[in-house]
Design a binder for this molecule. Structure first.
Ligand SMILES: NC(=O)c1ccc[n+]([C@@H]2O[C@H](COP(=O)([O-])OP(=O)(O)OC[C@H]3O[C@@H](n4cnc5c(N)ncnc54)[C@H](OP(=O)(O)O)[C@@H]3O)[C@@H](O)[C@H]2O)c1
Length: 283
C-alpha cells in the first residue's frame, strides 16, 4: 500500500531511508535544515517541504533521522503532531526515549523509537535491520512501509527498549572488534600474512566461540556460574600468559587489559571455580 510519509533529516542515513521509501512507491515529503541535500531525492519524485511543520502536515507517518535528540526537539517544536505517528530513528539513549514519547503524546501524536542496525549503504538491502519500540498499533499500521527501509523488528511497548538493544548490539560489536584488532597487531608483529590469518583462522574461530554464547546466557539466567570446562583460574593464568606474550612481541595489550582486570577481581573474591559467564556479576 502506498503511504504518505515524511522524512525529516537528510544526512547520509535520512537520505538512504527516504530513497528506499520512494523506491517502494510511497509519496515521500522531505525536509532538511540544508535544503540543497534534498535535490537528488526531489529529482526522484520526493516533495520538498519548506519547514518541518509543512513536512509533518503532509503525512500521517513522520520519520525523523537527525543528529541527536536535542535537534529532534528543536526541529519538531512548531510541528502539528496531532494524529501523526512519529518514528524517531535518531540514535539516542534509552532514557531519552520516554521523554520524547511523552512530549509527542502531549501534542496528540503517537511515538515509536527506533535503532538502525545498518550503515546507509545497507538500507533496503538484505542484512539491514531497524529495531522499533513504543506504540504497538502504530508499528503494526506501518510495518509494511518500515519493511521498505530494512527488516523491521518490534521490541516492545517500553519506548527505551529499541535504543537499549541498539547500544547492546554496538557493545558486542566493539568488544569483538577490540579482540580482533589486538589479534591483528599480534600477528603483524610476527609478519605472518594478515589476510590468511583473518579469513582462514580468526573468523571461523570467532564464529565457533560465538556459538557458545547461549550456554552463557543459560548460566546468567540461572545465576549459576559453576563450570567443568574453562574456569576463571585457567582464564586468569591464560590472560597473564597473553599479556606477557604481547610484551615480548612489542605489542600493547591495551584493549585486552580491561577484561583481565575483571577476571582478576572475580578470582580475588574466591570465585576461581566459576566460568567466564560469572563476570557479568562484576559489571
Ligand atoms: N550513518 C550511519 O552509519 C548510521 C548508522 C546507524 C544510525 N545512524 C544514526 O542516524 C542519525 C543520522 O545520522 P547520519 O549518518 O545521517 O548523520 P549526518 O550525515 O551527519 O546527518 C545529520 C543530520 O542531522 C541534521 N542536523 C544536525 N543538527 C541539526 C539541528 N540542530 N537542526 C536541524 N537539523 C540538524 C543535519 O542537517 P544538515 O544537513 O543541515 O547539516 C543532517 O540532516 C544519527 O542519529 C546516527 O547516529 C547513522
Amino acid at each position: 500500500m502506498s503511504e504518505n510519509i515524511s522524512v525529516l533529516g537528510l544526512g547520509l542515513m535520512g537520505t538512504a531511508l527516504a530513497a528506499s521509501l520512494i523506491e517502494a512507491g510511497h509519496h515521500v515529503t522531505v525536509w532538511n535544515r540544508t535544503p540543497a541535500k534534498a535535490d537528488p531525492l526531489v529529482a526522484r519524485g520526493a516533495t520538498l517541504a519548506a519547514t518541518p511543520a509543512q513536512a509533518v502536515e503532509a503525512s500521517s507517518l513522520v520519520i525523523v533521522c537527525l543528529l541527536d535528540y536535542p535537534s529532534v526537539f528543536e526541529v519538531l517544536q512548531d510541528a502539528p503532531l496531532a494524529g501523526r505517528v512519529v518514528a524517531n530513528l535518531t540514535t539516542g539513549r534509552p532514557a531519552e526515549a520516554p521523554e520524547m514519547a511523552a512530549w509527542v503524546g502531549e501534542r496528540g501524536g503517537e511515538y515509536l523509537d527506533g535503532g538502525i542496525m545498518a550503515v546507509p549503504q545497507m538500507i533496503a538491502q538484505p542484512g539491514a535491520l531497524i529495531l522499533y519500540s513504543g506504540s504497538r498499533p502504530a508499528f503494526e499500521r506501518y510495518e509494511q512501509a518500515f519493511g521498505a527501509m530494512a527488516a523491521a523488528r518490534y521490541t516492545g511497548e517500553d519506548t527505551g527498549t529499541a535504543s537499549l538493544l541498539d547500544l547492546a548490539m554496538l557493545t558486542g560489536m566493539y568488544g569483538q572488534m577490540a579482540g580482533a584488532l589486538e589479534a591483528l597487531a599480534l600477528v603483524r608483529s610476527a609478519k605472518y600474512p594478515l589476510m590468511e590469518f583473518t579469513t582462514e583462522l580468526l573468523i571461523p574461530w570467532i564464529n565457533a566461540m560465538s556459538a557458545q554464547l547461549p550456554r552463557w546466557v543459560a548460566d546468567i539466567e540461572a545465576g549459576d556460574y559453576r563450570t567443568e570446562v574453562s574456569n576463571l583460574e585457567i582464564n586468569r593464568s591464560g590472560m597473564e600468559n597473553l599479556v606477557r606474550a604481547f610484551e615480548e612481541q612489542g605489542v600493547k595489550p591495551d584493549l585486552l587489559l580491561p577484561m583481565k582486570t575483571v577476571i582478576d577481581r572475580r578470582v580475588a573474591r574466591g570465585l576461581a571455580h566459576e566460568g567466564l559467564s560469572g563476570l557479568v556479576e562484576e559489571l
